[in-house]
Design a protein around this ligand. Structure first.
Ligand SMILES: *Cc1c(COP(=O)(O)O)cnc(C)c1O
Length: 411
């Protein structure tokens, strides 16, 4: 048996590096090399790798309970998670549905939105509104809601149609008028808007102004379109607040969470719904036909509780503000092209055409790797999204490595 790696052209793949352990913001290889984890291991790790309190919480939980059938049982870790999360979410969002990854959190939100509207008699509301550079996951529903890209091209026939609106280039009144006119024309067919609020991740770390997100949300809401915020990536501090919707000032009807939920330690996801949506499922034959084998895994819940406890007891958002400043200073110091920063995320845009997995981006990846920096460019976008325990020096060093590699490539 051999391993088939995710998102990897196995024919000419660089052999994977063999990891021995990880600690804080660093990954250690068996050959002794130390790497700065510039992308929080695919946007998962919050406080740091092997955070001792998280590891201890998981260890303690292994002595009590790992998994039970969530349709019949509940456990203390899940109840504690709902209480802790309530401390971070507005009362409007009060129904937690568990699954185990970001894509399923999105699938569940889409099924909830669609079914709740069908069951409330809005039979024509059968489609979704999304944006051209969206990314919502790799399962078929989440992939349907995602933009057309190299990630989805091979599966065109498996994606159901959605309304995919063009991206706002800026705050242009034309785009806003067009969006409003589109919603006015099509709202009767649209169940929900699905959106990564403030920061589209896989689409290329695209920052949206809060005003735009607020405006499109208000237009949709005024036309009876539900709001699904996919905060699988933006949640748990990445944009500088616990959740991006706080910066936007709009509470969605459905909120998708995963990735940083367990501090990145174990798989877990939540779809959080309003009581209004939940109440549409309260009669025979109207139940939500959805549930995964690993629903409400107690080890994952224990990790999530330990993660949230750190947010509750420490000034994590202040640490993130320090990282945000460090990005700004470093990007300016090294005069990197088209810099942009939001919370713990800093990104630049390379002028050269270098698509996903292209030779150019492979070369950049390898040169950074050999200098102790782990990052994965998204096409022309080179970004850092480190764990929150990273220091300002770590950020400056990492951007310094990128600058060095780029200047080498030019000469
Ligand atoms: C990563 C991501 C997903 C998918 O999450 P998986 O756990 O990889 O399935 C969905 N939405 C957004 C915004 C993401 O960044």
């Amino acid at each position: 048996m051999k391993i088939w790696r995710p998102y990897t052209q196995m024919q000419d793949a660089i052999p994977p590096a063999r990891v021995s352990h990880a600690l804080g913001a660093h990954i250690f290889l068996q050959d002794g090399q130390r790497l700065f984890d510039g992308i929080s291991s695919w946007w998962l790790i919050t406080h740091g790798h092997c955070e001792p309190r998280l590891m201890e919480a998981i260890r303690r939980q292994t002595e009590r309970l790992e998994q039970v059938v969530f349709a019949n049982f509940v456990h203390q870790e899940a109840e504690e998670l709902s209480t802790r999360l309530a401390g971070f979410l507005p009362p409007r969002l009060n129904r937690l549905f568990f699954s185990d990854n970001g894509s399923t959190a999105v699938e569940v939100a889409m099924k909830m939105a669609y079914q709740s509207l069908q069951q409330s008699g809005k039979k024509r509301k059968r489609s979704f509104l999304t944006f051209a550079k969206a990314y919502h996951g790799d399962t078929c529903g989440a992939m349907s809601a995602s933009g057309d890209s190299a990630f989805t091209e091979a599966y065109t026939d498996l994606r159901f149609p959605v309304f995919r609106f063009r991206q706002p280039k800026d705050l242009s009144p034309e785009w806003r008028a067009e969006f409003r006119a589109f919603v006015e024309a099509k709202h009767e067919e649209i169940a929900a808007l699905i959106l990564e609020p403030l920061l589209q991740g896989a689409g290329g770390m695209i920052i949206w102004p809060a005003e735009i997100v607020r405006e499109i949300s208000e237009i949709c809401r005024a036309h009876g379109i539900l709001l699904i915020f996919d905060e699988v990536m933006t949640g748990f501090g990445r944009t500088g607040k616990m959740f991006a919707f706080e910066k936007v000032g709009v509470v969605p009807d459905l909120l998708c969470l995963s990735k940083g939920l367990t501090g990145g330690a174990l798989p877990l996801a939540l779809t959080v719904a309003t009581e209004e949506i939940f109440s549409q499922f309260l009669s025979p034959q109207k139940l939500l036909f959805h549930g995964h084998s690993f629903t409400g895994n107690a080890l994952s819940c224990a990790a999530a509780n330990a993660n949230l406890k750190i947010f509750q007891e420490e000034t994590v958002l202040e640490k993130i503000a320090v990282l945000e400043n460090a990005h700004r200073r470093a990007l300016e110091k090294f005069a990197l092209p088209n810099p942009r920063v939001l919370g713990s995320m800093g990104a630049i845009e390379l002028p050269e055409q270098s698509g996903y997995g292209s030779a150019k981006s492979q070369e950049l990846y390898q040169k950074c790797f050999s200098r102790g920096l782990f990052l994965r460019p998204l096409g022309n976008t080179v970004y850092l999204l480190p764990p929150y325990c990273a220091s300002s020096d770590d950020i400056e060093n990492a951007w310094g490595v990128v600058a060095e590699v780029l200047s080498e490539n030019r000469s």
